[in-house]
Design a binder for this molecule. Sequence first.
Ligand SMILES: O=P(O)(O)O[C@@H]1C[C@H](O)[C@@H](CO)O1
Ligand code: GUN
Length: 307
Amino acid sequence: MSDTEATVQVLRELVPEELQAPRVAIICGSGLSGLVASLRHSVLVSYDKLPGFVQSTVPGHKSSLAFGFMGSGAGVPVVAMLGRFHPYEGHKLSSVVYPVRVMANMGVKNIIITNAAGALNPNLSVGTIVVVHDHIALPNLTGMNPLLGPQTNPSLPRFLPLSDAYSRMLRKLVFRAARDLSIERDALAEGTYAWVSGPTYETPAEGRFLRAAGADVVGMSTVPEVVAAREENMNVLVLSLVTNAVVIPLGYESVRDEFEAEIAGTSTKAVVDEVVSHEEVLAIGKIKGDLMKSLVEKILDLLPTDV
Ligand SMILES: O=P(O)(O)O[C@@H]1C[C@H](O)[C@@H](CO)O1
Ligand SMILES: Nc1nc2[nH]cnc2c(=O)[nH]1
């Protein structure tokens, strides 16, 4: 029996039969566990009961799986991760993606991955939900790829294409859901997510570098889960909530102008002194969580029955 099968067997003992076949997995990003507040008939399973699961150590992340029905009518059976694992916590990449493999083993075919992210694109304002259509993953390209090493399942592809990683069908559904909910157009955007390891936030120069490379938002999670989910042949949707702007203007670093202006008694240009914090990230999650929740519920309502 594989490791994931052993974990699924434990879940089958802890979760009632009607909840054992979730159609959709949801990963709740920083401060976004409220996404699944409307789960019905819900059952929580703490990660410490599940072999292979580690603990989430980040504020705003709990350490439980939630099973239940979500959406209108009878609802859709879902399993949600209330808290994810990040490599910067010291978790191995194989541990980071282990829950995705367990959920795939349970038969889940669709995954909605959410995260909190910083905006690199100056047109994105705080609170915007970005429907991710591509990613740039420097760690993946330079030796921190969750698929490095022996194949976990030889029936899965060794060389995984990622040009189609983000399901067009699910992305389109987001915009249909937004229209049905009369969500204003500017509340949603599309973009490319840059994955960095963290836990440091970006320097201005790093922000400029990632923006110049074509990224719209940046975060410290998600991509390993996307890669594993694609290897497991799931349909992937990623929603990034913009919680802060990454400071990237060029030129504010110079203190010479500032010094010389002080000596001359003239004014200087404004110094950019915004500093991002995780508390701010969580606060925006709280403010915009309801919008994200309504959107996810509507997406579930609209999900075709054959996927
Ligand atoms: O788990 P996500 O990607 O939502 O969390 C983001 C990235 C860091 O873990 C944290 C930084 O504030 O928020
Ligand atoms: N890397 C990174 N992750 C984030 N998560 C939320 N905001 C940010 C940010 O500005 N940078």
